[in-house]
Design a protein around this ligand. Structure first.
Ligand code: PNS
Length: 161
């Protein structure tokens, strides 16, 4: 059984993430989407909300599961016996850091990294920009799954009332 992990912060999941997840799911028998638990960095959504939004976003992908991890990604990979990490690459700007992490993860635990170039239609998306736009009342409905948009709109209404 070929397994891979697609790790990230997913705060929140965007259509760019979904594009990479869906394409990676087509390459492996099982793909685990793993949300980083980072106690030092509070996000907009807590880890349980991120996982719940991810589960809704991948509901049509039967070989995708959603999990979380804390600490080193390679330790999670070893514990779960997952030999491959899948990361999306949007542009050259992503490449330098992603290459460094891929090389480090291979050195630490012989875990390989597969890079999937994002589709051009979603190459400009980032969770940070989505949050910024939503915070100021902008429309992000074309940038994120419906459940995420609904949550962002509800949060924005909550702030206004
Ligand atoms: O969505 P992000 O924030 O780009 O995801 C980055 C992530 C979670 C994949 C990366 O920060 C990570 O792997 N963190 C876990 C800690 C770790 O293993 N660090 C060493 C990397 S060589």
């Amino acid at each position: 059984m070929r397994r891979a992990v697609c790790p990230g912060s997913f705060d929140p999941v965007t259509n760019g993430h979904v594009d990479v997840i869906a394409r990676a799911a087509g390459l492996y028998d099982e793909l685990v989407v793993a949300v980083l638990v980072n106690p030092g960095k509070a996000g907009l959504f807590d880890v349980h909300e991120r996982m719940s939004l991810l589960r809704e976003a991948v509901v049509d992908l039967p070989n995708v599961t959603v999990d979380s991890f804390e600490g080193l990604l390679v330790d999670y990979c070893l514990a779960q016996q997952i030999p491959v990490i899948v990361k999306g690459l949007r542009a050259v700007g992503d490449f330098e850091y992603e290459l460094q992490m891929a090389q480090m993860n291979r050195e630490l635990a012989a875990v390989e990294t597969l890079f999937v170039p994002t589709a051009p239609q979603v190459g400009h998306l980032s969770s940070s920009l989505v949050k910024q736009i939503a915070r100021f009342g902008g429309d992000v409905s074309s940038l994120v799954p419906k459940a995420v948009n609904d949550r962002l709109v509800a949060q924005s209404r909550g702030r206004q009332s």
